[in-house]
Design a protein around this ligand. Structure first.
Ligand code: GAL
Length: 827
């Protein structure tokens, strides 16, 4: 007999689990650890955490995101601290708006969750320059992330600043606050080889410095196998079940379980299935893990110029359990929630039990955690990538699908299998802005970005006889740096010919070249150096050469990434003529200008420095270096808002003066490489991608808190040329909800934002096939199911359906276990 019991946690157990998720705010607790787990007031605890990076949403969004994390069964929130937004100029600090770290921690505290603070202050995180302020790079004699006194002083100053702030606000656990762990550095171990002995000394110093700050909770160093005590080394990755900490007294902790992956301009959309994420989590706890953090639980948005690089997109959705806008991503959110509830119900067994594992071969194992007091808990794993197995465990048989883990919280009843999704699937839709008729009703104004001064050359703010590295020159105050020079030519010059070639060796990222005021070409390079060449016409007199270099997010990862050059550093810049004779202009007198005039005048702001003189006359399309402006009415309701920028080229967008990030819809993902997605087998971000041949990012999040009633302003800076006449605002909501479950299970269908289920599109109880959006009837079904489901769900904001003969009627399928597939419309 095959016994597959996918029962439900009883309501009493559920209550117990939910009440364990919260702790009493403001009561001082002592956090420590032993080799098994973190201990809070002497009790070993199971910690389920999720990363939410506070500046990737708005302070107004935080309570909802945190509540959804709590509802999803997490008991902790984790974030990095982003040095460059807090100390934009040396010793000038900013903790306003969505930089308000303290408010974020307090919001988590109010929700009754623990907090993991990764101070770094190097973050990585696909964040501009990994979180380092660029002024640091401009300091004489500095060397990053190594045994360099200047760097260490700055790192210590910022780390201590943050520690003092959290102490003053009583946010550490022993002060009654939520912070139970703090992190120093980030994954230095992955890249430290090239830093040699000085890197090793730096690790020692990081540990001592952190320890000296007396935070009173344990410190962690992730991906740092040589982390010195008392630092606990932790694991990051798609899987961490085989990880072993470097000290017998360190618990096995997983600081980054990547729920998906980030996206680059020109890249596909990465996805990681709920089956694979949950399998990885279950394996980790099966193998002795006691703290796990999802990176990301909510990815969010890289507003302004915060995206890392090169070429990280504005969206940092990450395929996380909460989508970029804060909606539940289903079934991922729900499938993980069910897992969390089961794991937390087994907390005592997992943190205190004696472990025994039985190996059945071919990737099949059974693990039992038997505590001295209380119920034993068990896991059955089948890590074979293709074959399902029948495991006989304690006299009963269990079918464990390939690449999955079954959880038996009482070592008997299989209540959860990572490959069997009970949670609803939601298909999100974008709805037009009901407040006005867009795009037709949007009236566009425009103004040219004035570039005449720079095109004439030698009108910069400083000069040099060298080609300068871009971030050194700009301090990254802008994406843009103008390099200007002029060349005097005479007909007697040996290289002179009317038609010549301009050749620029640049480190990127985007280059626009002008000769005598005319654009001669543009080019972009995604990684490292490239050579730009364009035919040019020169005159036998003074010729102005103007090169505009644009960065798209500074690098954030790798050994010495801080030194990766940007811009036309050292060149050469050459004019080539007369049969390949070249004139090297690299050491000419170069004049430099940082940024664009419109930015300097704050054209995008609600209070620009000068009247930008917008006009509605002769709206230009596909014109480079152009500002566009329109007013719009905010979409009604509460649902997240996006602006569809299809038609635009590359640039930056602002709503009511707040930057919603860089846009680049013309940059498309490769047309191939997307396809069927099998969750089985080791995941990598090139599997399960979507969006082939489509704009890397077409929709841009406009947080509700950026909007006001009445007229709102959208301003676009267009660098490459675009057409704003298709631009429109939309809301993102659940369009269709589905469930597919086996007999004796239950599915909850829920719309969001007060919307109701208006129609059942498909329902079949029997042997239906397919997936949400394309279900098909099988050969047998119950004739009563459809109407029973209609009755239970239509007109409701949510409904719960049990797949039972008693509720859905008898099927004609015989002894085979029935399945229910249902698809409903929310409106
Ligand atoms: C890790 C890093 C994170 C993030 C992640 C990829 O190596 O620690 O900050 O960059 O990779 O999303």
């Amino acid at each position: 007999m095959v016994r597959i019991e996918m029962g439900h946690l009883g309501s009493g157990l559920l209550f117990l689990v939910l009440s364990c998720l919260s702790y009493s705010p403001s009561i001082a607790t002592q956090v420590s650890h032993d080799g098994r787990a973190l201990t809070i007031d002497g009790q070993r605890r199971l910690i389920l955490s999720g990363s939410i990076h506070y500046p990737r949403s708005t302070a107004e969004m935080w309570p909802d995101l945190i509540q959804k994390a709590k509802d999803g069964g997490l008991n902790a929130i984790e974030t990095y601290v982003f040095w460059n937004i807090h100390e934009p100029r040396r010793r000038e600090y900013n903790f306003q708006g969505n930089r308000d770290l303290i408010r974020f921690i307090k919001t988590v505290h109010q929700a009754g969750l623990y907090f993991i603070l990764r101070i770094g202050p190097y973050a990585c995180a696909e964040w501009n320059y990994g979180g380092f302020p660029v002024w640091l790079h401009q300091m004489e004699g500095i060397q990053f992330r190594t045994d360099n006194q200047i760097f260490k002083d700055e790192m210590q100053s910022f780390t201590a600043h943050i520690v003092n702030m959290i102490k003053e606000e009583n946010l550490l656990a022993h002060q009654g606050g939520p912070i139970i762990l703090t992190q120093i550095e980030n994954e230095f171990g992955n890249v430290m080889g090239p830093y040699g002995a000085a890197g090793k000394k730096y690790v020692e110093w990081c540990a001592k410095m952190a320890d000296s700050l007396n935070v009173g909770v344990p410190w962690i160093m992730c991906q740092q196998a040589d982390a010195p005590q008392p630092m606990i080394n932790t694991c990051n990755g798609f899987y961490c079940h085989n990880f072993k900490p470097n000290n017998a007294n360190s618990p096995k902790m997983w600081t980054e379980n990547w729920t998906g992956w980030f996206k680059k301009w020109g890249g596909r959309d990465p996805h990681r299935t709920a089956e694979d994420v949950s399998n990885a989590v279950a394996l980790f706890f099966k193998n002795g893990g006691t703290l796990q953090n999802y990176y990301m639980y909510h990815g969010g948005t890289n507003f302004g110029r915060t995206a890392g690089g090169p070429y990280i997109t504005t969206s940092y959705d990450y395929d996380a359990p909460l989508d970029e806008y804060g909606n539940l991503r289903q079934p991922k959110w729900g499938h993980l929630k069910a897992l969390h509830l089961v794991l937390l119900s087994m907390e005592n067994a997992l943190v205190n039990g004696d472990v025994t594992t039985t190996d059945y071969g071919h990737g099949a194992t059974a693990t039992m955690y038997k505590p001295a007091n209380g119920t034993a808990g068990c896991f059955l794993a089948n890590q074979n990538g293709t074959t399902d197995v029948l495991i006989t465990f304690q006299g009963l048989q269990y079918l464990v699908p390939a690449w999955s883990v079954s959880i038996l919280p009482d070592c008997k009843n299989n209540v959860y299998n990572t490959a069997k999704i009970q949670a609803q699937t939601s298909i999100m839709v974008k709805k037009p802005n009901a407040a006005e008729n867009e795009p037709a009703q949007l009236i566009w104004q425009w103004r040219a970005e004035k570039i005449k001064d720079t095109l004439k050359g030698q009108h910069g703010s400083f000069t040099s006889t060298q080609l300068l590295e871009q971030k050194m020159a700009t301090g990254d105050t802008s994406d843009y740096l103008w390099y200007m020079t002029s060349v005097h030519m005479s007909k007697s010059d040996p290289i002179y010919s009317k038609h010549m070639t301009l050749r620029v060796n640049t480190t990127g990222y985007v280059l626009h070249a002008f000769v005598n005021g005319k654009l001669v070409g543009s080019q972009l390079g995604k990684s490292g150096n490239y050579i730009f060449e364009a035919p040019v016409t020169v005159k036998p007199k003074k010729n102005d050469i103007t090169l505009l270099s644009a960065t798209v997010g500074l690098p954030n990862y790798g050994a010495f990434f801080d030194k990766d050059p940007a811009g036309i550093v050292s060149g050469p810049v050459e004019l080539v003529g007369n049969g390949n004779v070249s004139k090297d202009l690299s050491a000419s007198q170069w004049s430099y200008k940082i940024g664009l005039n419109g930015y300097a005048q704050e054209v995008y702001s609600e209070n620009p420095k000068h009247d930008p003189k917008w006009t509605t006359e002769a709206l230009p399309l596909n014109r480079r270096m152009t500002w566009y402006k329109t007013t719009f009415k905010p979409p009604l309701g509460e649902e997240p808002v996006v602006v569809d920028l299809l038609g635009m080229g590359k640039g930056e967008a602002w709503v009511n003066g707040q930057s919603i990030g860089r846009f680049w819809p013309t940059f498309k993902a490769p047309s191939d490489g997307c396809g069927n997605c099998d969750y089985r087998g080791t995941y990598d971000p090139n599997r399960c991608t979507t969006g082939c041949g489509e704009p890397t990012q077409r929709w841009y999040h406009v947080p509700r808190s950026f909007l006001r009633s009445g007229d709102n302003t959208l301003i676009l800076f267009e660098e490459m040329g675009g057409n704003p006449t298709q631009v429109n605002f939309q809301t993102v909501t659940v369009g269709t909800v589905c469930g597919m479950i086996t007999e004796r299970n239950k599915v909850e269908l829920s719309c969001q934002g007060g919307r109701t289920i208006s129609q059942i599109q498909f329902a079949s109880y029997g042997d239906p096939q397919g997936k949400c959006g394309s279900f098909k009837k099988g050969i047998c079904e119950s004739s009563d199911a459809f109407s029973a489901i209609e009755k239970a769900c239509v007109g409701k904001t949510s409904c719960s359906i049990s797949a039972e003969d008693t509720t859905l009627g008898w099927t004609t399928c015989g002894v085979v276990e029935n399945r229910l597939a249902v698809q409903a419309v929310c409106s």
